[in-house]
Design a protein around this ligand. Structure first.
Ligand SMILES: [Zn+2]
Length: 154
């Protein structure tokens, strides 16, 4: 099944992206699939569900944007749908057109990571996990009510 290897490649790329950004998971993967790419969206969705088990994409959503196959006629500047399999013949001026504009796409257009992890800059995350100064933080709020209390009584 062709779609299974495509799904595996999508998962691998998206997992790499998550790793690069220090995220443990991927929430959404958006892909563009052309009509002529040879990939059937339903089969891709099924393969994705099978292949993502045990990966950072285990609970990710796959969004497939299907791209229609269209050609452009240089003679009359018309754009027209060529269908599957493609019929490269301009319907307006009734002559052959070999310029396929879209339909072969097979690409990842977006990888979304969990907001909590993706939104935090690298150094902030290190500070949160690392050994911060907890005592300095505790003493500061304790000192404030005392000073404000003395200011109110004075
Ligand atoms: Zn034409």
């Amino acid at each position: 099944m062709h779609e299974l290897s495509v799904a595996a490649a999508i998962i691998e790329r998206a997992a790499d992206c998550a790793r690069e950004h220090g995220a443990a998971a991927v929430t959404v993967v958006r892909v563009r699939v052309g009509e002529l790419s040879g990939v059937v969206p339903d089969a891709l969705a099924f393969s994705f569900d099978v292949a993502r088990e045990g990966t950072p994409l285990a609970s990710a959503r796959l969004e497939v944007e299907q791209v229609a196959a269209r050609a452009h006629c240089a003679a009359c500047a018309a754009d027209f749908a060529v269908g599957v399999p493609p019929f490269l013949w301009c319907p307006r001026c009734d002559r052959p057109s070999a310029e396929l504009r879209s339909g072969r796409e097979l690409e990842i257009v977006a990888v979304e990571l969990p907001a909590a992890e993706a939104g935090v800059p690298e150094e902030d995350r290190a500070r949160r996990v690392g050994t911060g100064p907890p005592h300095a933080g505790e003493s500061a709020p304790a000192a404030r009510p005392a000073s404000s209390g003395s200011a109110a009584s004075a």
